[in-house]
Design a binder for this molecule. Structure first.
Ligand SMILES: Nc1nc2c(ncn2[C@@H]2O[C@H](COP(=O)(O)OP(=O)(O)OP(=O)(O)O)[C@@H](O)[C@H]2O)c(=O)[nH]1
Length: 379
């Protein structure tokens, strides 16, 4: 009101006051709307933060990020790049059953240079906001669904270590401009980085607890647990489950000839040869010593024995060359059993024990029968 008076030098009319009042009301309504929108964005981001903090596995976390963040942040593209030295993350996750085909927007690079930040010694990389450049951003956005115009590539840092980048894309050219403040995206990236590091560490621990350190295949704990799950599932869905006991013949002699280190190399090679004959759904484990077991899903005794024969032949097919050049000839005996041979009814624990016992019994017969052979359990 005062302003109107000063400028014009005359008393405002009622119409002036009304117009001004209306303008102020409109401005107020706009500000309220803005505040409500910001509040709603904040609430959605808070809910998102809670959701990702609560994720208990790698696929759950990645799935939540890809599903939720583009919606609450109104993005046309969202991808995540992770530094994966020596493919460790990928290998472990695949072992734990993660299917990376489910996450086409998850990109791995072998080193921090692959992230494309301008890395200066002693300085933390900064978010890069600006126009989309198909050449420069091809790695971050391998297959954008829409024509991107502007992007934000935000570093993911943990304890001053660059672990990846969060890549935000928009079809709006003004969305990510270099002059835009980066506090918000940096905050978001820091929470995502913490969650990623936690979940990856947990998955690594889980993996170590379920695998055999020497050969990298599963251990007994894993098979015991998986067997119970599969027996329960096989009962519900009525598909066959079979089990195989594989024992290297005269392994003591191998150790005596090539030493314990040489014996370890043989164990690793045997694991590789067994794996080459298996399907992704089968589980290979080392039960300790020179014994391996395989849990075959959706395979009856007949087909399990067929796979067992291929494994036996694969182990015996060629000599194993050790790192110091010595070659050793190896054979293995195999016992096979199938859940269909286990009496129905009983508890899954009892059925699992019986399935293992029957394969062990068949293995014993294979050894007795002269080794280097496959025997099916016969009641
Ligand atoms: N190198 C190596 N040897 C192992 C490991 N665990 C067990 N062994 C050896 O595996 C051998 C198993 O020997 P036995 O159980 O007597 O059986 P075998 O000599 O394979 O004879 P058959 O099974 O009857 O054909 C022993 O010499 C163990 O020391 C391991 O992790 N590394």
């Amino acid at each position: 009101m005062e302003i109107t008076q000063k400028i014009t030098g005359k008393q405002p009319t009622q119409a002036d006051l009304l117009a001004e009042n209306q303008a102020l009301r409109a401005r107020l309504a706009y500000l309220i709307e803005q505040a409500e929108r910001n509040h709603s964005i904040m609430m959605r981001h808070q809910a998102f933060d809670l959701e990702i903090v609560g994720a208990s596995s790698f696929p759950e976390l990645i799935g939540t990020i890809f599903r939720t963040l583009p919606v609450i942040s109104d993005l046309d593209a969202l991808t995540l790049t992770l530094v994966d030295v020596d493919d460790d993350i990928r290998t472990v996750m695949e072992k734990l059953g993660v299917n990376f085909d489910d996450f086409p927007d998850l990109v791995f690079v072998p080193d921090v240079e692959g992230l494309g930040f301008d890395l200066q010694p002693g300085q933390q990389p900064k978010p890069q906001l600006g126009m989309f450049d198909a050449l420069k951003h091809a790695r971050q956005f391998p297959q954008p669904a829409v024509r991107l115009q502007s992007v934000g590539v935000v570093p993911l840092m943990r304890n001053k270590r660059l672990i990846g980048s969060l890549n935000l894309g928009s079809a709006d050219p003004t969305r990510f401009s270099p002059s835009l403040g980066t506090d918000f995206v940096e905050h978001m990236a820091s929470i995502i980085a913490i969650c990623l590091e936690n979940v990856i560490s947990n998955e690594m621990l889980k993996y170590m607890g379920l695998t055999d350190a020497l050969t990298g295949v599963f251990n007994r704990r894993y098979v015991d647990r998986r067997l119970l799950e599969e027996i329960a599932r096989a009962r519900r869905q009525a598909y066959p489950v079979s089990f195989m006991y594989i024992d290297i013949d005269h392994f003591k002699r191998v150790n005596d000839t090539v030493g314990h280190g040489g014996g370890d190399e043989v164990l690793r090679e045997v694991a590789t040869r067994i794996k080459a004959e298996l399907r992704l759904s089968d589980a290979l484990a080392r039960f300790g010593g020179e014994e391996f077991v395989v849990l075959l899903i959706d395979a009856d005794l007949e087909s399990a024995a067929y796979v067992a024969e291929r494994i036996r032949a694969g182990i015996a097919a060629s000599m194993i060359e050790l790192s110091h050049g010595v070659k050793v000839s190896i054979t293995a005996s195999v016992g096979v059993s199938s859940l269909s041979q286990v009496p129905d009814g009983g508890k899954p624990e009892a059925q699992a024990a019986q399935l293992i016992e029957q394969a062990d019994e068949a293995l014993y017969q294979a050894k007795e029968g002269g080794r280097n052979r496959v025997i099916r359990y016969a009641a």
